[in-house]
Design a protein around this ligand. Structure first.
Ligand SMILES: NC(=O)c1ccc[n+]([C@@H]2O[C@H](COP(=O)([O-])OP(=O)(O)OC[C@H]3O[C@@H](n4cnc5c(N)ncnc54)[C@H](O)[C@@H]3O)[C@@H](O)[C@H]2O)c1
Ligand SMILES: O=C(O)C1=N[C@H](C(=O)O)CCC1
Length: 255
């Protein structure tokens, strides 16, 4: 018997995809199909019966903020681990997910506002820089079919920056604006201004602009193609069953 014959074939991870006919879902189905260790168990979109994924080990959800919570509750109840890229996760929603998981301690859920490895690093670098600069603003740019603004990535980045500034004892960024056309100064996320641009030709881009005396620092990330999110999605798919409970962001998986 050769070495090859002696090896027990590793179990394929069966993956279900929610939002399978969407921009991200199509890429996820292709990426799962192309991976030797994964099997596309079911692809579900609006109107399909989601019980087709009952035999899956992991569900990947790229749907919309208004349906994702119902999908996630269903997966957890079925004992299926989930990788979620859909945006719209507030602290309240995350607490709700933790509550559902408390009854199913074997189930893992990874929720990440951005699966791009470069985007994760951009957020980490921005959080690291935050304590050193008086001023900070975020400019996110996306395709015009995006439903939410600001982006999940920008909201997550702003929260991390706000936390780092608070820990460093920094107050609000200086701003003398007295007379403002509504919206001109962007959205206020935990005290950080976020500007959302939508234009044809864009995919997903973000700049974090820091200002200090006599200098600025710009940290920028660009996703030019949705394939950029796939290494992060597959990383989470492979890891999620070994991470019971809720993991927010990809940081812990990259480390
Ligand atoms: N985390 C990340 O890295 C990342 C990257 C890109 C997009 N996103 C987010 O992912 C989400 C999807 O983005 P998109 O560009 O693919 O959007 P999209 O509109 O192209 O796709 C969403 C899909 O979900 C389907 N859908 C709606 N309700 C459903 C239901 N109940 N069950 C199953 N499918 C349902 C829609 O029919 C559609 O095909 C958005 O929230 C977006 O912000 C996250
Ligand atoms: O295309 C989208 O929609 C994206 N959404 C995420 C966000 O809101 O941050 C990630 C980038 C792409």
């Amino acid at each position: 018997m050769t070495d090859e014959q002696e090896k027990t074939p590793a179990e394929l991870v069966r993956v279900g995809v929610f939002g399978a006919r969407g921009r991200m879902g199509i890429e996820v189905c292709k990426a799962v199909d192309a991976a030797d260790d994964l099997e596309l168990a079911a692809s579900i979109d609006q109107g399909d019966n989601r019980s087709a994924v009952s035999g899956a080990h992991v569900v990947v959800d790229f749907t919309t903020p208004d349906v994702v919570m119902d999908n996630l509750q269903w997966c957890i109840e079925q004992g299926i681990s989930a990788v979620v890229g859909t945006t719209g996760f507030t602290e309240q929603r995350l607490a709700q997910v933790r509550g559902w998981l408390a009854d199913k301690p074997e189930v893992g859920v990874v929720i990440a506002p951005n699966f791009g490895i470069g985007a994760v690093l951009m957020m980490q670098f921005a959080a690291r820089a935050a304590r050193h600069f008086e001023s900070v603003e975020i400019i996110e740019q996306h395709h015009p079919r995006k439903l939410d603004a600001p982006s999940g990535t920008a909201t997550h980045t702003a929260r991390q920056i706000a936390q780092a500034r608070a820990e460093a004892g920094l107050g609000p960024s200086p701003d003398a604006t007295k007379d403002e056309v509504p919206g001109a100064r962007g959205a206020d996320i935990d005290g950080v201004r976020v500007h959302a641009v939508r234009a044809t030709g864009l995919v997903a881009h973000q700049e974090v602009l820091f200002g200090g005396t006599g200098e600025t620092l710009t940290i920028r990330h660009d996703s030019y193609d949705r394939v950029s999110f796939m290494p992060g999605v597959l990383l989470a798919v492979r890891a999620v069953r070994n991470r019971p409970g809720l993991t927010v962001g990809l940081d812990a998986l990259l480390d």
